[in-house]
Design a protein around this ligand. Structure first.
Ligand code: SF4
Length: 89
């Protein structure tokens, strides 16, 4: 008999990393494209012109800050859940 599969978004969240993007930018098609291109571990996807956070990939973050380079200052943060600090410009 197979084990029940986890359900709900909370099971897909990163344990070590979270990403916060300002709500006003989620529908920015140009930014969605840039973030998808920039992140080496596919944490961002261009979902038809909207920024989608690919939550199952969050813990793959290598803290390269390329997403911060792509986004306007102050509008995106990479939170290090393991020490309570964050990367933000
Ligand atoms: S810091 Fe680098 S690896 Fe982490 S989310 Fe941003 S672009 Fe991706």
């Amino acid at each position: 008999m197979s084990q029940p599969r986890p359900t709900g978004d909370e099971n897909l969240d990163g344990i070590f990393i979270d990403v916060e993007i300002d709500e006003s930018l989620v529908g920015d098609a140009e930014l969605a494209r840039k973030l998808e291109e920039a992140c080496p571990v596919d944490i961002y996807a261009d979902a038809g012109g909207r920024v989608e956070i690919v939550r199952p990939n969050l813990d793959e973050c290598v803290l390269c800050e390329l997403c911060l380079d792509a986004a306007p200052d102050g509008k995106l943060a990479v939170r290090k859940l393991y020490d309570g600090t964050e990367l933000r410009r």
